[in-house]
Design a protein around this ligand. Structure first.
Ligand code: SF4
Length: 342
């Protein structure tokens, strides 16, 4: 719920709408008819997201099964060509399709991509770089003048267009979701970004941006003290820019900061700031109890969820309910069946 007079809409409820590489949903759309079903997307994140599966290679008419493609050329601007027949070049078709999809996914809160794919890979996709000349340090059969391959890394052709169209969109590769910290960060960002989008035209208002930031600042502090300070300076003295420039600078900073991994120390720092915001409404016993819990959390003796529960219990004693609207207390809904990513 939003406070009376608030410019900020209530936070979004799950399920949020997400794009996903179709093979991760268990559809047999890979070049050989297989799939790469992600149990994490289905089970670990169950209830949080509603997925729209997209397979760019099938969408451009390559069919199943199909001859595989690979990235070749300059890793910064690779081409997607046939592995066996290099005259097959689907780069432009994939890029055009990516731009068409990007233009219609304004309601997506994020995107889960299949790692390693020349179409869907977010980064670190193998790019085969053709080289002519002496192969220094290569086996003897690689004679001077012979053609050989060096391998670089780049982004999939389709993925590159999706990310370029909206750099703030939370995007993650499925394999990275196996890391609990990355998983929590991704979910947190999707809910923050969906909330920001709910602001609609209010995003043009400095007052609305300030109020939005007041809800997210401790969450941001836990992820990036540098971005917390930078946005604090930006909003303390907002530049006279128009056409959504301030909103754009703000959300880029917020999403960039939230993409950094929070550590136990950075969480402890955010918690200390939160407790300070409760003062002077706290009595000394409450302050001591919270401080000790935070220190125990920083030492790894107490889970963060326990400190947050304690904070929630004490927030009623804070001035003007200052802490109660803090997203940091609940960055995203608890997972079904009582599971929690904290
Ligand atoms: S990685 Fe992308 S292009 Fe390849 S099968 Fe999956 S959805 Fe299709």
């Amino acid at each position: 719920m939003s406070a009376p007079g608030s410019k900020i809409p209530p936070r979004p409820h799950p399920p949020l709408r997400l794009g996903i590489s179709l093979c991760l949903l268990g559809e047999g759309v890979r070049y050989d008819g297989s799939h790469k079903r992600s149990s994490l997307c289905h089970d670990a994140l169950e209830g949080l997201f509603e997925y729209e599966g997209i397979c760019p290679e099938v969408a451009i008419g390559m069919g199943v099964p199909r001859a595989p493609i690979q990235l070749v050329g300059d890793p910064a601007r690779p081409r997607a060509k046939g592995v066996e027949d290099a005259s097959v070049d689907v780069t432009d078709a994939l890029a055009n399709y990516g731009r068409r999809v990007a233009a219609r996914i304004g309601d997506f809160a994020g995107y889960v991509l299949m790692n390693g794919s020349p179409s869907c890979g977010m980064h670190a996709v193998r790019v085969h770089v053709a080289v002519r000349g002496p192969a220094v340090g290569r086996p003897a059969e690689r004679r001077p003048g012979a053609r050989h391959d060096r391998v670089g890394e780049g982004s999939g052709i389709y993925a590159r267009e999706i990310m370029a169209a909206d750099p703030c969109l939370p995007v993650v590769e499925s394999v990275r979701l196996e890391d609990a910290v990355v998983r929590e960060s991704f979910v947190t960002r999707t809910f923050a970004y969906a909330h920001w989008k709910l602001l609609g035209p209010q995003r043009e208002s400095v007052g609305a941006i300030l109020e939005f930031h007041s809800r997210y600042k401790y969450l941001l502090l836990a992820h990036s003290a540098a971005e917390y300070r930078r946005l604090g300076r930006l909003l303390a003295n907002p530049p006279a820019v128009g056409d959504g420039e301030l909103a754009s600078r703000y959300i880029h900073g917020l999403m960039s900061g939230l993409s950094r991994a929070a550590t136990r120390d950075s969480h402890a720092d955010a918690l200390v700031h939160l407790v300070r915001s409760l003062e002077p409404g706290l009595n000394s016993a409450s302050r001591r109890e919270l401080t000790e819990a935070i220190e125990a959390h920083a030492r790894g003796e107490v889970p963060r969820a326990a400190v947050l529960t304690l904070l929630a219990r004490h927030q009623g004693s804070g001035p003007n309910g200052l802490v109660s609207g803090q997203v940091y207390l609940e960055p995203h809904p608890t997972l079904p069946h009582g599971r929690n990513m904290l």
